[in-house]
Ligand binder design. Structure first.
Ligand code: NAI
Length: 251
């Protein structure tokens, strides 16, 4: 018996990094997985990899910064599988790095659209779909930078703080109707998102030094928490923010 037998899960940004790892874990636990991403090639590869392991998955292209794409993603899920039980709203970008006064307006708007507005758009369409079958679970991707600042990343920090607040609000509204809504806050995780930073040894060592554990995190470590928060094992966890950060926030 697996955790998600008969259940259907959407993962945005499922074509890479933490989202990809979560797709595989949902499939391992018996869920039918809707791998969604902007990147068609990567998203299709992840869905096919799951199918090869005898799992059930489809790829649905969506740009989560566009409300219509988010609606179409949920509609495609209902059309294919007839229900929606779990959503991991994970897609995101690092975006421009600059001091606040030097940050471009376009850069700000892009990061807020992809990292924050997307979570609202996704929930707006996922929640009614879940209510049709009596509830579900939503995990929203925040960051340690949903709790503390990081110089040169004003838009990212604002967006991730926004995700934490939006998650609390939605949980207040829907927990009585059977939807458990929470957010996760990873420290720096070794994915393509930070590969640019990692290439410079000095920067890499600095990032590592911010984590008391003495290393960066792995996608699978984050995915394990996401899976737990998506399951009935977390049935009393509502509107919470869960750091998973090698001790970053403990300082
Ligand atoms: P990644 O770059 O490996 O994967 C992100 C995925 O999102 C990619 O497949 C990309 O195509 C997709 N994506 C980007 N913009 C999109 C859009 N507009 N619509 C749909 N899909 C889009 O990155 P990673 O690290 O796996 O990041 C996943 C999430 O985790 C992001 O929200 C990120 O902010 C967050 N995060 C990552 C940390 C890290 O250190 N890697 C730390 C804390 C949070």
């Amino acid at each position: 018996m697996t955790l998600f037998d008969g259940k259907v899960a959407i993962v945005t940004g499922g074509g890479s990094g933490i989202g990809e790892a979560a797709c595989h874990l949902y499939a391992r636990e018996g869920a039918k997985v809707v791998v969604s991403d902007l990147n068609e090639k990567r998203g299709n590869e992840v869905a096919q990899a799951i199918q090869k392991m005898k799992g059930d998955a489809i790829f649905v292209r969506a740009d989560v910064s566009k409300p219509d794409d988010c609606q179409a993603m949920v509609d495609a899920t209902l059309e294919k599988y007839g229900r929606l039980d779990i959503a991991f709203n994970n897609a995101g970008i690092g975006g421009e790095t600059n001091l606040t006064a030097d940050y471009s307006i376009a850069g700000w708007q892009k990061v807020i659209a992809v990292n924050l507005s997307s979570v609202f758009y996704c929930m707006k369409y996922e929640i009614p779909a879940m209510l049709k079958t009596g509830g579900g679970a939503i995990v929203n991707m925040a960051s340690i930078l949903g709790q503390v600042g990081f110089e040169n990343s004003p838009a990212y920090v604002a967006a991730k703080h926004g995700v934490v607040g939006l998650t609390k609000n939605a949980a207040l509204e829907y927990s009585k109707q059977g939807i458990q809504i929470n957010s996760v806050g990873p420290g720096f995780i070794r994915t393509p998102l930070i590969s640019g930073l990692e290439q410079d040894e000095q920067v890499r060592n600095h990032l590592i030094s911010l984590h008391p554990i003495g290393r960066l995190g792995e996608s699978e470590e984050v995915a394990e928490l996401v899976i737990w928060l998506s399951s009935e094992k977390a049935s009393f966890v509502m509107g919470a923010y869960y750091p998973i950060d090698g001790g970053y926030l403990a300082r």
